[in-house]
Design a protein around this ligand. Structure first.
Ligand code: KMH
Ligand code: ZN
Length: 303
């Protein structure tokens, strides 16, 4: 029996803005509804950000998270994964607050400081309508996504050591794998690791198959059998790279955080629609979809 594939659904994120798609969940109710539907469609892990219900801007406020997390926990058995990447222009301390309050089974941990060329990439995209205030846009324009070694250590102390939370290690480039290996050597990051290869962010590695092969080969070299990998491809790269990941024995991430579309020119009407579509692909490849219980066992989550 082939290993099951974990589908992670990243429900809203912090990159897309409300006018880009009427289907992007913004309010706590919308986030809860779409997350629950995505879990029912087969997502074993729900990667969650919060947004200010009035403006749609990314919010680090634990009170906002607490308006949807209990509802999701109550309605599904899916693994809750709280972002510590947050959004522009939050401090690292702000980005940790919600996970520190909720002590989830999983949180994201971004493996290096980098340019995050969001505005540069999206300015070329006609649908980008700048629906946030000029001061906010200006503060975010030349965005450096800060994830220093000290930040990564602090995340492990606050979340892994103190609360038993395990990580989705977001790796946007080859060097991030070596940074993670350093934390493994020091006994700070503990296997089994869950690597999320993030391809297609301007400032990180490009979204092509050759790069995915190299990331996988490098992870094999550094971590042996002590890891699981998953792949997120940004925008139009989402389904091709997820398909390739599944064919290589890996796991997949979909959701409106990473891609607003179902196919070229057609907006996805929900996160669940993207989950159902990747599920069809996985079934076509003969790879069963992991249940939340299977995901917990594969990733040694606290349950
Ligand atoms: N938006 C993704 C490319 C996080 O939330 O920690 C990366 C991400 C970061 O999901
Ligand atoms: Zn995220």
């Amino acid at each position: 029996m082939p290993d099951p594939v974990i589908i992670t659904c990243a429900v809203t994120g912090s990159v897309h803005t409300p006018t880009m798609s009427p289907h992007l969940p913004i309010t706590p109710d919308q986030i809860a509804e779409q997350a629950i539907e995505a879990a029912e469609a087969g997502a074993a892990i729900l990667h969650l950000h919060a947004r200010d219900p009035q403006t749609g801007r990314p919010s680090p406020d634990p009170d906002v998270f607490m308006r949807f997390l209990p509802r999701i926990k109550q309605a599904t058995d899916a693994v809750v994964n709280i972002s510590t990447g947050g959004g522009m222009p939050m401090t690292v301390e702000q980005r940790m607050q919600a996970a520190a309050r909720a002590a989830p089974e999983m949180a994201s941990c971004n493996m290096g400081t980098m340019n995050f060329g969001l505005f540069q990439a999206l300015d070329r995209w006609a649908v980008w309508q700048h629906d946030w205030e000029p001061e906010f846009l200006e503060a975010s324009r030349d965005f450096v996504f800060k994830n220093t070694f000290a930040d990564i250590e602090a995340l492990h102390a606050e979340l892994a050591d103190a609360r038993g939370t395990r990580f989705e290690y977001e790796c946007y480039d080859m060097g991030h794998l070596y940074a993670l290996a350093h934390f493994v050597d020091r006994g700070i990051a503990r296997p089994p690791l869950f690597l999320q290869f993030c391809l297609g962010i301007l400032g990180g590695i490009g979204a092509d198959p050759d790069n995915l092969m190299t990331l996988k080969r490098t992870a094999d070299k550094l971590f042996g059998a002590d890891y699981q990998f998953s792949v997120l491809g940004v925008g139009r790269h989402q389904v091709p790279l997820a398909t390739m990941a599944a064919a290589m024995g890996g796991n997949v991430r979909v959701g409106l955080e990473d891609n607003l579309f179902l196919e070229k020119g057609v907006l996805a009407e929900s996160n669940a629609q993207q989950v159902r579509r990747i599920r069809q692909v996985l079934e076509g490849l003969g790879r069963p979809v992991a249940t939340p219980e299977q995901a917990r066992a594969m990733l040694a989550l606290k349950g």
